[in-house]
Design a protein around this ligand. Structure first.
Ligand code: NAD
Length: 382
């Protein structure tokens, strides 16, 4: 018996961190039948497109994918493979847990929060018009008949669709996540004082959904600017944050900074029919092939994948092995050393080796299988 999982190594540092994660996952003893797929630059070379139908089909079949970061190609028809993948598979919820690890130098301690980002609409939806294009000229003319607000003829335009259905779905997801993970509070983040209709709709929807969870999960809503400041002053006040797409993108990088940087921030994109697990960071092309970057974010994304599959015991063992290696501070990459030029820093592969060695020697209490930890479907067993 094995879980079928699509494996997309990605671009830049992607293959290095994705393979490190794959080896660590295999070392847990959970049987995975990997279905190797291409997306990004390597896919363009073979299929002439960065997101081949073959890859989408594989993820639809397996319902679970482990994915390395993908470079956003410049000057092609695709805005972003990542955005396209999320849209095609309707991966509407992006979950980014941010938890402090002992051994990581940071002015912020005991951070333990979850960012839940809406993944399908907002300014990220891709409704963009270039300055000077016939489309923006037409749109600007039309808009001038609808608003008295000044609108420059040479403006570029981006639309910000925020719908009731998508807002309701993501807020409900955040509350359900809070319930299944023993979380106490959901904070909806917006800028409804300025964007009265779009963010206003998100805020009103969040308040309405929250009523159904009264007495079980606390709720508050906050402005995004104030939230950023509070995250720096008192990150411990937050538990689960739910945000529209763009604020979610930015705030999750802020939160990654609170726990030690992009090298340690994992993530998952979840839908009703598929889930794709990937680090928050990108393909960092200047580090490509150097065996230098931190594999932790990708390995912890693998931990989230194990939880999603219901393999909670293996998930806990792997997470503990990662945290033990970081705590000891020896076999860690340059970004986790006090001095980034510390010659004792190890490479991506060697840090993964240390985690695998730790897995084999650790003693961790088993956990009882309880309720599923994600709302998405689990992988088919092959
Ligand atoms: P990036 O996250 O790739 O890198 C920014 C910096 O963060 C790096 O220069 C490095 O200093 C640090 N960093 C990132 N990952 C690290 C790791 N594992 N260990 C240690 N340090 C790490 O961001 P970018 O340079 O803005 O983006 C590069 C490319 O990645 C772009 O094409 C972008 O579109 C793409 N991207 C893809 C994804 C994704 O696939 N999900 C996410 C973000 C960015």
């Amino acid at each position: 018996m094995a879980y079928e999982v699509a494996f997309i190594p990605g671009d830049g540092i992607g293959p290095e961190v994705a393979w490190a994660a794959r080896r660590c996952l295999e070392a847990t003893g959970v049987k995975v039948l990997w279905r190797d797929c291409l997306a990004g630059e390597s896919a363009i070379a073979k299929f002439g497109t960065p997101l081949p139908e073959e890859t989408l089909q594989t993820v639809r079949q397996t319902q679970v994918a482990l994915k390395g970061p993908i470079t956003t190609p410049i000057g092609t028809g695709f805005r972003s493979v990542n955005v396209a993948l999320r849209k095609q598979l309707d991966l509407f919820a992006c979950i980014r847990p941010c938890r402090s690890s002992e051994g990581i130098r940071s002015p912020f301690q005991q951070v333990d929060l979850i960012v839940v980002r809406e993944n399908t609409e907002d300014l990220y939806a891709g409704i963009d018009f270039a300055a000077g294009s016939p489309e923006s000229a037409q749109l600007i003319q039309q808009l001038k008949t609808l608003t008295t607000q000044p609108l420059a003829d040479d403006a570029a335009l981006s639309l910000k669709p925020i719908s009731v259905a998508a807002s309701e779905r993501i807020v409900r997801f955040a509350f359900e996540y809070a319930l299944t993970h023993g979380r106490k509070k959901v904070t909806a983040v917006h800028k409804a004082n300025i964007m009265k209709y779009t963010d206003g709709l998100f805020m009103e929807t969040a308040r309405r959904v929250a009523k159904a969870y009264e007495g079980r999960v606390a709720f508050e809503d906050r402005l995004v600017d104030a939230t950023c400041m509070q995250l720096i002053l008192r990150p411990q006040e937050f538990d689960v944050l739910v945000l529209p797409n763009l604020y979610g993108d930015i705030v999750s990088d802020v939160c990654a900074g609170l726990i030690g940087g992009l090298g340690v921030a994992p993530g998952a994109n979840i839908g009703e029919r598929a889930a794709v697990f990937e680090a928050v960071h990108g393909s960092a092309p200047r580090y490509q092939g150097l065996n230098k970057v931190n594999p932790t974010a990708m390995i912890l994304s693998g931990v989230m994948m194990l939880e999603h599959l219901g393999e909670r015991d293996a998930a806990r063992r792997l997470e503990e092995a990662v945290r033990a290696v970081i705590r000891e501070g020896r076999a860690v990459t340059y970004d986790l050393k006090a001095d980034r030029h510390d010659p004792t820093a190890v490479g991506t592969k060697e840090m993964a080796d240390a985690i695998i060695a730790k897995l084999k020697t650790q003693s961790v209490e088993p956990v009882n299988p309880v309720k599923p930890v994600q709302t998405g479907q689990r992988a088919q067993r092959a």
